[in-house]
Design a protein around this ligand. Structure first.
Ligand code: NAI
Ligand code: 15L
Length: 266
């Protein structure tokens, strides 16, 4: 086992459901948390409902865990009020709880929407400036900044995973660059929890895609090697999905359609 007890926040969500299956048996106990229903606990599972905006509840949630995969929060563009509670207050509460309970390593599900206004013709490494495409993207930058603060001030280690598009298979032209296979996400989590030293390291959460935009070579010291490649699905996508015009946001910007979102009313 890589850990005695791993906490997964946002465990009722799309990625949470996938990781619940794939991490089964790879830790002593999976502690699964969400505001949404998680069903009954299976073998080796604990269910702990929790609102990330409730600081006291998050403290109790984190106690006894030796690794955290933080997926919980708003995962698309929404009003500032919703993002504020779940993503701003939520990430602050999580880092405060970790500080109070032995600083377990945190895998923070950041997003490509932190850099979404970079054009698809650009190639980015870890030094690329932020170009958020949404308040959602701004909230992930806030989370990355909290993680860096807690590393510099207290030594709290984190992996800041700027996930591209994590789905079972790539589903459209943009995902030929952004696809992150669930298996590659699992191998990243295992690498991060096993590494002798993690620090506070940003990683582009993408598979080994021929048509990718992102360079992870700054993180070679971790020894993580994604194996899947969206190019294996390129012919099928070309056959089944119409190619967007070059000036459509989905084909122009790395963040795709998020660049086209309005500011949602609170
Ligand atoms: P999702 O929206 O399916 O799951 C998020 C979960 O967080 C939901 O089950 C929701 O109930 C829970 N949640 C929301 N507010 C909460 C609160 N206040 N307290 C407790 N739980 C709360 O999102 P998905 O696709 O599973 O993504 C997981 C994480 O990965 C999110 O943080 C998302 O921003 C990030 N991400 C996902 C990508 C993807 O390709 N699916 C790409 C980039 C980032
Ligand atoms: C994200 O950050 C979202 O959570 C997910 O729903 C997808 O839209 C993904 O990015 C993407 O950019 O494909």
């Amino acid at each position: 086992d890589m850990m005695n007890r791993i906490l997964i926040t946002g465990a009722a969500g799309q990625l949470g459901g996938m990781l619940r299956e794939k991490l089964k048996g790879r830790a002593g106990v999976l502690r699964l948390s969400d505001v949404a229903d998680l069903g009954p606990a299976g073998e080796g599972e604990e269910i702990v409902p929790c609102d990330l905006a409730d600081g006291a509840a998050v403290k109790r949630l984190v106690e006894g865990c030796d690794g955290i995969v933080h997926l919980g929060g708003i995962s698309v563009e929404k009003s500032f009020d919703l993002i504020e509670a779940a993503n701003l207050r939520g990430v602050y509460n999580l880092y405060e709880a970790a500080r109070a309970h032995g600083m377990p390593r945190i895998v923070f599900a950041s997003s490509n929407h932190t850099i979404g206004y970079h054009e698809q013709t650009e190639r980015l490494d870890h030094t690329a400036p932020y170009r958020p495409d949404s308040l959602y993207g701004v909230s992930k930058i806030f989370g990355e900044a909290v993680a860096q603060l807690y590393y510099d001030k207290f030594g709290q280690e984190s992996a800041l995973v700027r996930i591209g598009s994590c789905t079972a298979r790539p589903e459209n032209w943009r995902m030929l660059a952004t696809w992150f296979s669930p298996d590659d996400f699992v191998s990243l989590i295992e690498t991060v929890f096993r590494a002798p030293r993690l620090g506070c390291t940003m990683l582009w959460g993408a598979s080994n895609n021929d048509h990718g935009w992102w360079d992870n070579s700054h993180a070679d010291f971790l020894g993580w090697k994604p194996k899947d490649n969206a190019a294996d699905f390129a012919a099928e996508i070309a056959r089944t999905v119409p190619r967007p015009g070059p000036d459509e946001p989905v084909a122009k910007y790395q963040g795709g359609v998020f660049t086209d979102e309005p500011i949602h009313e609170s």
